[in-house]
Design a protein around this ligand. Structure first.
Ligand SMILES: [Zn+2]
Length: 260
């Protein structure tokens, strides 16, 4: 069930049209599934505020506070796409050696962990900063949302960001990996079994039914939505779930409250 109402969508769509190319927060949902459904509704014109089809883009991202939906108005123009990852240089040193100073290149998701808006991936600039009293060259990327990234948080985030799996790693199951699929591990294993065991690949209805029979209802629902937009076989479906599961597993945990 989507929790963002029609009036909100009308307002967001109007603001987006006034600022073409600018990503805006369009809703906070309770589940990743609801957020993905909402994104589909934006892209397919099921929510009339975002008509005509092709005028808006949308993405969803999970946060500690729940999944969010971001949209932008393109008017059908091809605009630069947010990359899958961003690599940035940050200052780093060994914990046990306070005198050690270095620069580390880390790979993180290009989304602000506070609000889910795009990080300043298209505006990364070299910056000289003091780290443990030593000046080092690293990167700075002002985020449009105004939330500033802390270098210490980025190091933690990079450690739990899964390696990038290309969405179009077709054909075959090589992009699928149960180890990386997080919550969808069982579903990915099952799909890969189906691909290996059968001479003719299972149909969409066939693999969705097998997933449900084995209790992978959430994976089946996610695939049901996705396969309406983009037809795919079981191998590609296993790959899709790997990407989704890895994304969810990489969500930063909410920061603990620190009391003085
Ligand atoms: Zn932000």
């Amino acid at each position: 069930m989507n929790t963002t109402d029609t009036t909100t969508h009308m307002q967001v769509a109007r603001r987006a049209r006034q600022r073409p190319g600018t990503w805006l927060l369009a809703g906070t949902e309770r589940t990743a599934e609801a957020a993905d459904e909402l994104a589909e509704a934006v892209l397919t014109g099921a929510i009339t505020a975002y008509l005509p089809v092709g005028a808006f883009e949308a993405y969803t991202i999970g946060l500690g506070s729940g999944p969010v939906l971001w949209v932008r108005y393109t008017g059908g123009k091809k605009l630069p796409q947010i990359p899958a990852r961003m690599a940035v240089r940050i200052p780093a040193g060994e914990e046990k050696r306070p005198d050690s100073v270095g620069v580390l290149t880390v790979s993180v998701l290009p989304y602000c962990p506070v609000c889910g808006g795009p990080r300043g991936w298209d505006n990364v600039q070299p910056a000289r900063v003091l780290f443990r009293q030593v000046a080092v060259w690293v990167d700075r990327w002002p985020n449009r949302c105004g939330h500033e990234d802390e270098y210490a948080d980025l190091l933690r985030e990079a450690r739990c960001t899964p390696p990038y799996v290309p969405e179009d790693a077709e054909p075959g199951p090589q992009g699928a990996d149960p180890q990386r699929a997080g919550a969808y591990r069982g579903a990915v294993e099952l799909l890969l079994d189906l691909v290996r065991q059968r001479r003719t690949p299972p149909t969409r209805a066939g693999f969705l039914a097998v997933l449900r029979r084995h209790g992978h209802d959430e994976a089946a629902r996610l695939l049901e939505i996705q396969t309406q937009v983009k037809p795919m076989g079981a191998a590609r479906a296993a790959h899709f779930l790997t990407v989704k599961g890895a994304e969810c597993a990489s969500l930063p945990a909410p920061r603990p409250e620190v009391s003085a």
